[in-house]
Design a protein around this ligand. Structure first.
Ligand code: PLP
Ligand code: ZN
Length: 408
């Protein structure tokens, strides 16, 4: 069962029932799920979680769905890896990577889609849909396949081949729109008024976004039931960033960890950094931009949760950084060469932000810092293809020694 009580408007506070709706009728503010935390706190425990499934469904008591209905491709329960080499090079003693690039469809989006598709099933929808910057496409298509739902996936036409194939393979109807993500999103909002479909990040958005909380839960559990001192998170709409913070606070409300004192840091690519621009200008009004970045998964020019992300930065004494475009591929290469993790540009943004924060003293050596690696490099290999430069030899001993020229 679920402890979800209803929805409330994040702007004016009005209450709504649990329905496939996402904006307030009165003020157009976004809706969010509320829970009966008192009953929940009496029921949940560390022990119960530890005995749960090895997936994000171990946290189902904190989600707005009944796990008996779960559309489950085994999202979550991904590794939290302590840094061997990058921490040393940056002077950080307690640096960790949350490797969410190894989810079933190879990005953290499996967490949000797991919740949204389960809720869609509970509401009785037969069709899943989404407006995607790339990773959502694959995850929606995979969950639709698993649940037997039909799916329509809308993407900007200029997406990386790896992400197009990574969605199409599940047998979805893939619609490439000649425009930016923001154009795709606007079109899908219009379609959602007419078609009775579960658009996971539009009419299902209040449920979808709750899935991101499981990253906050999981990292706290993996650190031995405590929140980290610093989180470094990539930002597109800003939803993931705000929900990791919400998740850690819910764990504290339920008595599973101490109240988090975490500083929340958000990274964006310079070519699409409307949240960071507002942060730098100390202005809570986000000015939409036209994205021009290699970090396509973060290319949202008009971020729906930008304002709330700025609030979280303020509340936690955190910060933000706009990564120069030319540093993104270096971030990808550093993580691969130093830690053995191959991420996509969103991860490159996180690593470049981490380096900036360490160098400017915004994160301290002894603090526990978690860098969130949210997507997989195999989907976006074109951004680092120049490293594919093998030494070509003949199949002989002599040819090897001639080319490599080493003998111990
Ligand atoms: C979607 C996405 C994000 C962030 O999404 P939000 O809209 O900010 O919640 C981060 N990393 C990757 C790889 C993504 O696909
Ligand atoms: Zn309202």
């Amino acid at each position: 069962m679920s402890y979800a009580k209803g929805l409330f408007c994040k702007e004016c506070g009005r209450d709504y029932p649990i329905e496939p709706i996402n904006v307030c009728d009165f003020c157009f503010g976004p809706l969010e799920v509320t829970y009966d935390y008192e009953s929940m706190s009496n029921y949940v425990s560390r022990d119960k979680i530890v005995k749960g499934p090895h997936s994000m469904w171990r946290y189902s008591d904190f989600l707005p769905v009944d796990s008996a209905n779960a559309v489950d491709i085994n999202a979550g329960f991904t590794p939290l890896i302590k840094s061997e080499n990058m921490g040393r090079s940056l002077g950080l003693e307690n640096l960790y990577f949350k490797n969410d690039s190894v989810n079933p469809s190879f990005s953290f989006k499996d967490r949000v889609v797991a919740v949204a598709s389960t809720k869609a099933k509970e509401f009785g929808f037969d069709t899943l849909a989404c407006a995607s910057t790339g990773n959502l496409a694959g995850s929606v298509a995979a969950h639709a396949a698993r649940s037997g739902m039909r799916s329509f996936v809308f993407i900007p036409a200029d997406l990386e081949v790896g992400k197009i194939v990574g969605a199409a393979i599940y047998g979805t109807t893939l619609v490439a729109v000649d425009g930016s993500y923001d154009d795709v999103n606007r079109l899908c909002s219009e379609l959602s008024d007419t078609y009775n479909w579960a658009f996971v990040n539009i009419n299902m958005r209040p449920y979808y976004s709750e899935g991101s909380k499981t990253l906050g839960f999981e990292v706290s559990e993996q650190l031995g039931w405590r929140a980290p001192d610093n989180c470094i998170v990539p930002g597109a709409s800003g939803s993931l960033f705000t929900k990791i913070w919400k998740g850690m606070n819910e764990f504290a409300t339920a008595g599973l960890i101490d109240a988090p004192k975490t500083k929340m840091f958000i990274g964006q690519a310079e070519g699409c950094s409307p949240i960071i621009s507002a942060y730098d200008a100390k202005d809570f009004a986000i000015r939409p931009v036209k994205p021009d970045t290699i970090a396509k998964s973060l290319a949202i020019g008009n971020p729906a949760d930008g304002y709330f992300a700025l609030k979280v930065i303020q509340e936690t004494n955190g910060g933000g950084y706009a990564v120069p475009e030319q540093d993104i591929a270096d971030g990808i290469k550093d993580l691969a060469e130093m830690e053995g993790i191959f991420t996509e540009p969103a991860g490159g943004v996180v690593i470049a932000t981490l380096k900036h924060l360490a160098r400017t003293g915004q994160i301290r050596p002894e603090e526990t810092t978690v860098a969130f690696i949210t997507g997989n490099g195999y989907k976006t290999r074109e951004v680092v293809e120049h490293v594919a430069n093998p030494v070509l030899i003949k199949p002989t001993f002599a040819s090897f020694e001639e080319a490599i020229g080493v003998r111990l």
